[in-house]
Design a protein around this ligand. Structure first.
Ligand code: NAD
Length: 487
């Protein structure tokens, strides 16, 4: 195994490290210390990456599916072999605790192997009357993969995996807040793929719009916020690029009256505050039945109190800081709005602003787990995604009412229903407008099941057969062996 060096980071274009004239850097969100320099790509750097991907396309798209799969699986094995390096860098760029950084890297191999167990093959859909029609799935061409900062390793790997399996070539763009692991993944990929198949460029806020408007890119697979997703789609429309959008969520968790309160409260605490609430499918609105509300809220507070906040390198930390200053200010803005709009803050709040200064951690973007009880349904914390460790809890009485309120959002990514009465739980679950609905769990995703959002949460899916189809042009090939005269 070749050791990767996690001190120097460059663009990767046409199989080679490609340094840029200018560099920038992000900061470690726990300490605000600068991370190493990363490229500040120009339009010309992007052009070079797109040309390399274009030149590699014919060879790669004509490579047999099984050989492409083989290269991908060898690549993910090498990622696992380098898991310590990737996880260490992930803590420094993202802020998440080491144990979760390790599990993010560790999950890659199994997840991608699951995806690679699916194969899109030619299918004869008609064979009659001397005519055969074959349905074929062909690569779209050069893809752009744009990812956010919350799960930089796994989200980048998912884009690369879809692209290379289906015979596309790709230019990857990590988030400017977390460019390090993404660039290093693509550097490692060069040992397994021909030059130009997997490229990476990193830069500032200009780079994403350059990609979505680039005439040489055929498809954009974007994961990020709904606000940016709208801009991506608008920009892609001008060149009629194909787009997949994996966007934000406002997932409801509906708690039935018969749950085992401490157990379910601990799960809700986990899925509200894991990754400091920075998960697209975190539980973001808790609807608890009024008959158990008091007891449930106390149990939720008790469970959340056990979650240690701190630098991801410290032992036993469950929640790191939020990833960046913009995100910190955004979450604090929700705290301010709660003061104006109502709701009882039963735990956390903006106290962290002072608490962490006193502890001498003033530079980190730390926020305590925050629970707000009974805000109005119309309030901002019930409507928008804070993408931080703050969650509202409201009560419900009637089944129709809770379904209506759970669906009263322009998001539709995930949802969960928790209860022992499985018939009732499933009846409610089936009425929820979201791409993934869980009963007695949340977040968990299998690569063979499509994952995506309804409404403002996205367009298209990743994972499953449908996820791979989303990277293909479909062709109907009509074959008639004999030609008869028609006159
Ligand atoms: P973001 O939209 O700010 O940025 C995402 C990526 O888009 C970054 O790489 C960024 O540089 C790039 N970008 C920014 N402006 C762009 C533009 N105009 N054109 C093209 N690219 C542009 O999102 P974020 O703050 O990094 O991530 C958090 C969001 O991502 C949350 O809303 C979260 O719910 C969502 N998310 C969704 C999923 C999913 O699978 N549905 C998964 C993870 C995160």
């Amino acid at each position: 195994m070749m050791e990767l060096n996690f001190n120097t980071f460059t663009n990767i274009i046409n199989g080679k490290k490609s340094p840029t004239a200018k560099t920038r850097h992000s900061v470690n969100p726990s300490t605000k210390e600068p991370n190493p320099p990363v490229p500040l790509s120009t339009k010309e750097d992007l052009d070079a990456a797109v040309s390399a991907a274009r030149n590699a396309l014919t060879g790669w798209s004509e490579t047999a599916w099984d050989d492409r799969k083989d290269a991908l699986l060898k690549f993910v094995k090498a990622v696992t072999e380098n898991k310590d390096g990737f996880a260490g860098m992930l803590v420094k760029e993202q802020g998440k605790p080491m144990m979760f950084a390790m599990s993010e890297v560790a999950m890659v191999e199994g997840f991608i192997a699951g995806l690679a167990s699916i194969k899109l093959e030619d299918e004869v859909v008609v064979d009659e009357g001397g005519r055969k029609v074959i349905k074929r799935y062909l690569p779209m061409g050069v893809a752009g993969g744009i990812v956010p900062w919350n799960f930089p390793v796994v989200l980048m790997m998912i884009k690369i995996a879809h692209a290379v399996l289906t015979g596309n070539t790709i230019v990857c763009k990590p988030s400017p807040f977390t460019p390090y692991t993404g660039l290093k993944l693509v550097e490692l990929a060069q040992q397994f793929f021909p030059p130009g198949v997997v490229n990476a460029v990193s830069g500032d806020d200009n780079l994403g719009p350059w990609m979505t408007s680039h005439p040489g890119i055929d498809k954009i697979s974007f994961t990020g916020s709904s606000a940016t997703g709208r801009k991506v789609m608008e920009s892609c429309s001008r060149t009629l690029k194909r787009v997949t959008l994996e966007l934000g969520g406002k997932d409801p968790a509906i708690i039935l009256p018969d749950v085992d309160i401490p157990v379910v409260a601990s799960q809700i605490a986990f899925y509200s505050f894991f990754n400091s609430g920075q998960i697209c499918v975190a539980t973001k609105r808790i609807f608890v039945h009024s008959s158990i509300a008091k007891e449930f809220v106390s149990a939720l507070v008790e469970a959340s109190k056990t979650l240690k906040v701190g630098d991801g390198m410290e032992q036993g930390v469950f929640m790191g800081p939020v990833n960046n200053e913009m995100q910190y200010d955004k979450v604090m803005g929700f705290m301010d709005d709660i003061k104006r709009e109502g709701g009882e803050v039963v735990m956390g709040g903006d106290i962290g602003r002072f608490k962490y200064k006193e502890k001498g951690q003033k530079s980190g973007f730390f926020i305590d787990p925050t629970i707000v009880v009974n805000p109005k349904d119309s309030s901002r914390i019930m409507k928008e995604e804070p993408f931080g460790p703050i969650v509202p809890v409201v009560t419900w009485d009637d089944e129709d009412e809770v379904v209506r309120r759970a669906n009263d959002t322009d998001m539709g990514l995930g949802a969960s229903v928790w209860g022992k009465d499985l018939e009732k739980a499933e009846r409610i679950a089936r009425r929820i407008e979201a791409g993934s609905v869980w009963i007695n769990e949340h977040v968990f995703s299998l690569p063979v099941a499509p994952f995506g959002g309804w409404k403002g949460s996205g367009l298209g899916v990743e994972g499953g057969r449908e996820g791979l189809v989303g990277w293909c042009n479909v062709q109907s090939l009509y074959v008639r062996p004999e030609v008869k005269s028609v006159l």
